[in-house]
Design a protein around this ligand. Structure first.
Ligand code: FES
Ligand SMILES: [Fe+2]
Length: 383
C-alpha cells in the first residue's frame, strides 16, 4: 500500500474540490473539468473505489458468448474477469485469477470446455469448480473440492453484457429503465456484431469518454473525414439522466445503412433517420443508428492509458440484405479513419491537461453531455 504523502492529499483535495465546484455551476456558466481530474492518481483511486467497484460495467455483446464454452475476458477495478457460457448454457462471470499462485487464467476471447491455468495447469470446470490439479497428492491438507473460482454478478440488457463487483447493486434492467424507454424502438438487442477489436491509447479514460459525448469537434478534428457532412443544426443535446447522457443527430445518411432499411417496420417518421449517441455511465459509448451501431467500452489502465473494446455491426434488416456487409465494410474503413483522428485529438488533450498553464475554458451548448458527465463524476467522487 502506497503511503499517502502531503502532496498527493493536497492534489486529491484540489481535484475533488475543483470537481465539486465545477458541478455546482449552472450549465450557462459551465467549464471543462479541472486538469487534475484527468491527471491525479488519487482521483483514479477514488474512481476505482466509488465508481468501478459499484457500477454495472458493460463488457461486450452477448453474442460473443452465445455458445457453450464461449468466453471473453475483461478487467474491472483491477479484477480480471472471465465471462462465459457454461456447458448448461448458463451465463457466468468468474474471477480470472488462479486459486494456486494467483496467475491470470485466460486472455482474450475463445471457446473451451475447461479453464486451464497456463502456469501449473490447475484445471477448472466452467462453473468455477476445480477439476484437476497435477501433483497435488501432497500436502495431505489439499482438498480439491474446497476450491472454486469466485463468481460475480452478470446480467444482460438489450444484447449487452454487464458485470458488477457490487453484490447489492439493483438489477441492470432497473438501472437502465429510463434509457430503455428512450431507445427501445430501435430493437438494439437484435443488432448483429460484425467486428470487435481491442486497443490501448495514451489518454485518460474520461477524455476519451468526453470526446465521444460531444459532436462539437466533428467539423474541425474530423475535417478530413466526416466533418464536412456534420451540421450543428442537426444536433440536439437534452439534459442527461442519472445513468447516462445522450444527444441526437437527425439527418439523411451518406451511406444507406445510416437510415432505416425499407424492411424495417419498427421505426417511423424522423426515427428512420435519427442517430442516438449514448454515453452510458461510466464507460459504455454507443452510436446507435437505424441501420448500424458502433461502440467503445473503456477500461482505465492507469491515469494516462485506456484500454478499449471497439466494435459494431448491423441492424437485422441489413444483415439479411446482401449489400449490408459491403456497406459495413465501407463504414468500417471510415470509422478506422475517424478513430485515428479521435486518437490524435484525445492524446493531444491528455498532453495538454498536464501542462502548468492548462486552464479549463467555457463549454459550448453542444457540450451539454460533458457538463452532465462532470456532475455524475462529482456526485460519485465528492462528499
Ligand atoms: S498459478 Fe495457476 S496453476 Fe499455479
Ligand atoms: Fe470524434
Amino acid at each position: 500500500m502506497q503511503q499517502e504523502t502531503g502532496t498527493t492529499t493536497l492534489e486529491r483535495e484540489n481535484a475533488v474540490e475543483a470537481l465539486r465546484a465545477g458541478a455546482q455551476a449552472p450549465f450557462d456558466d459551465a467549464r471543462a473539468m479541472h486538469p487534475s481530474v484527468y491527471t491525479s492518481p488519487e482521483i483514479l483511486a477514488r474512481e476505482r473505489e466509488r465508481i468501478f467497484a459499484h457500477e454495472w460495467i458493460c463488457v461486450g455483446r452477448a453474442s460473443v458468448v452465445a455458445n457453450p464454452g464461449d468466453y471473453l475476458t475483461c478487467e474491472i477495478a483491477d479484477q480480471p474477469i472471465i465471462v462465459l457460457r457454461d456447458l448448461d448454457g448458463v451465463l457466468r462471470a468468474l474471477s480470472n485469477v488462479c486459486l494456486h499462485r494467483m496467475s491470470v487464467l485466460l486472455e482474450g476471447t475463445g471457446r473451451s470446455r475447461s479453464i486451464v491455468c497456463p502456469y501449473h495447469a490447475w484445471t477448472y470446470n466452467l462453473d468455477g469448480t476445480l477439476r484437476a490439479a497435477p501433483q497435488m497428492d501432497h500436502p495431505s491438507s489439499f482438498c480439491r473440492e474446497a476450491y472454486r473460482l469466485p463468481e460475480l454478478r452478470v446480467e444482460t440488457w438489450r444484447g449487452w453484457i454487464y458485470v458488477t463487483l457490487d453484490p447489492s447493486r439493483p438489477p441492470v434492467a432497473e438501472h437502465f429503465a429510463e434509457l430503455d424507454a428512450l431507445i427501445a424502438r430501435y430493437g438494439m438487442e437484435d443488432y448483429v456484431e460484425t467486428f470487435r477489436e481491442e486497443h490501448v491509447w495514451d489518454t485518460n479514460w474520461k477524455i476519451l469518454a468526453e470526446n465521444f459525448m460531444e459532436s462539437y469537434h466533428l467539423p474541425m478534428l474530423h475535417h478530413a473525414t466526416v466533418g464536412p457532412h456534420s451540421r450543428i443544426e442537426e444536433m440536439e443535446c437534452p439534459p442527461g439522466r442519472a445513468a447516462f447522457n445522450y444527444h441526437w443527430i437527425t439527418k439523411d445518411a451518406t451511406l444507406p445503412i445510416g437510415n432505416a432499411h425499407p424492411d424495417n417496420r419498427k421505426l417511423e417518421g424522423d426515427w428512420r433517420r435519427t442517430v442516438a449517441l449514448l454515453a452510458i455511465y461510466p464507460t459504455q459509448l454507443v452510436s446507435l443508428t437505424p441501420g448500424y451501431f458502433w461502440y467503445l467500452l473503456l477500461s482505465p489502465r492507469g491515469v494516462g492509458r485506456v484500454h478499449m473494446v471497439f466494435g459494431g455491426g448491423l441492424a437485422p434488416e441489413f444483415i439479411r440484405d446482401p449489400r449490408g456487409a459491403e456497406h459495413m465494410a465501407t463504414l468500417k474503413s471510415l470509422l478506422d479513419a475517424v478513430n485515428a483522428e479521435d486518437r490524435r485529438g484525445v492524446e493531444g488533450v491528455f498532453r495538454g491537461v498536464r501542462a502548468p498553464l492548462a486552464r479549463p475554458g467555457h463549454l459550448s451548448y453542444l457540450e451539454r453531455p460533458n457538463y452532465d458527465f462532470a456532475r455524475y463524476l462529482a456526485a460519485k467522487l465528492t462528499g
